[in-house]
Design a binder for this molecule. Structure first.
Ligand code: ZN
Length: 186
């Protein structure tokens, strides 16, 4: 097969992710297609780096394929190369573990993530916080939302070298959640 250029590789990853997550929706009331989340994370990652890093953008598009769509590391390596496959593995939770343990491990393992994996982690958390602010799951109480924000903050605080622009956006979202949670309802 002829060598693909960067744009072709990114679009091929976007199509692969869209197909793999085709039946999945976001948990919020608006139930957006899951691919919206993947494109948002990839866009954040792309905007965060002044130097283009095509593999990192591709890994952002694919970041949930192993965890949520049953794709294997081998398949990612064959289609998108070793670098991309490693990055996705680095941001993948072990689904065999109970949810609480996975959440604890995200905090414990945050300091050991590579600089590039940290960019995906932070962009993923930004996308999730935005989703909770704009379209929270219907059965989530204010307390449940606050707990998610607390946990996300603990993960992000553990990142050794968070991207400054993404960290600023993350902190802005946390501040807006704190405000909306403490302000009396009109
Ligand atoms: Zn994600």
């Amino acid at each position: 097969m002829e060598q693909l250029n960067a744009v072709q590789r990114v679009l091929s990853a976007a199509l692969f992710a869209a197909e793999k997550h085709a039946t999945q929706r976001r948990k919020g009331a608006a139930a957006e297609p899951y691919v919206n989340h993947l494109i948002e994370v990839a866009e954040l990652v792309s905007a965060a780096n002044p130097e283009p890093d095509t593999d990192l953008v591709i890994a952002a598009l694919l970041h949930d394929t192993i965890e949520d769509a049953g794709v294997t590391e081998e398949e990612l390596r064959e289609r998108f190369g070793t670098d991309v496959a490693h990055l996705v593995v680095e941001v993948t939770d072990d689904k065999l573990l109970p949810k609480e343990e996975r959440k604890r491990l995200q905090i414990a393992n945050a300091p050991n993530k590579s600089a590039r994996a940290q960019v995906i982690k932070l962009a993923d958390k930004i996308s999730n916080l935005r989703a909770i602010l704009s379209s929270p799951p219907v059965d989530w109480t204010e307390r449940r939302k606050a707990e998610y924000f607390d946990w996300a903050q603990q993960v992000v605080e553990g990142l050794a070298t968070p991207n400054p622009a993404l960290k600023t956006e993350f902190d802005r979202l946390v501040a807006s959640q704190t405000r909306s949670a403490t302000e009396p309802r009109q």
